[in-house]
Design a protein around this ligand. Structure first.
Ligand SMILES: N[C@@H](CCC(=O)N[C@@H](CS)C(=O)NCC(=O)O)C(=O)O
Length: 215
């Protein structure tokens, strides 16, 4: 056993939890998967009890706590340097990290208007110009990376960069935000990945409904 425990939120809604969970699962890294649902109006006290930020995801490794989705991915990539979480080429790795940071710090309009919701039936949502600008930039990132690598994923084989954008694949899908065939093809490949399907299956089995995230 690796001794790693990953605390995640509701799999239906917790986009930040999905990122390290998918990166680790796709890379074949074993970990204990603990769900702490946030179905309370004021947040779940169980999350606040263990997490310095009161948020998930949170990784425990012995006495060490690591929070923030991308910091968790980086820690695990250091622990398992041969697991292929990041591309092996230094320049590709730098670009993968740039795109991943862009996801972490940006796209607030899209994230605010279109919460991740794995179970949502696809239904088009009218979105404003700020959301549309986020969609355009993300499509540009995906096309640029795919053109460079030749696919099928952003950097060839599935990497942390794909995991960072996996919740966006759900958003584009369930709010029907894109029509471009290349974008839809990439989304299809991510949705067919075993790690995405495993997360999706668990999300569909959850009983919790968070009204604020049902748009
Ligand atoms: N920047 C953080 C964001 C973490 C975050 O916002 N997590 C949400 C779930 S997706 C959370 O824990 N919400 C519970 C709450 O705010 O009570 C990361 O990348 O891990």
């Amino acid at each position: 056993m690796t001794g790693l425990t990953l605390y995640v939120g509701n799999k239906n809604y917790s986009s930040w939890s999905m990122r390290p969970w998918m990166a680790m699962t796709a890379a074949g890294i074993a970990f204990e998967d603990v769900v702490i649902p946030f179905d309370f109006a004021a947040g779940n006290p169980d999350i606040r009890a263990i997490s310095p930020t009161g948020k998930v995801p949170l990784l425990r490794h012995g006495d060490l706590l690591v929070w923030e989705s991308l910091a968790i991915i980086e820690y695990v990539a250091e622990l398992f340097p041969d697991a292929g979480l990041w591309p092996s080429d230094r320049q590709a790795r730098a670009r993968a990290r740039s795109y991943s940071m862009e996801m972490l710090s940006g796209f607030r309009a899209l994230r605010g208007a279109c919460p991740m919701n794995i179970r949502r039936e696809r239904r088009a949502l009218q979105v404003d110009a700020d959301v549309r600008a986020d969609v355009v930039r993300i499509e540009q990132i995906w096309k640029e990376a795919l053109a460079h690598s030749g696919g099928p994923f952003l950097f060839g084989s599935f990497s942390a960069a794909d995991a960072m954008y996996a919740p966006v694949v759900n958003r584009f899908d369930v709010y029907d935000l894109v029509a471009d065939q290349e974008t839809l093809g990439y989304m299809q490949r991510v949705k067919a990945h075993f790690a995405f399907r495993k997360w999706e299956e668990a999300a569909r089995a959850e009983p919790w409904v968070v009204p604020d995230d049902e748009v």
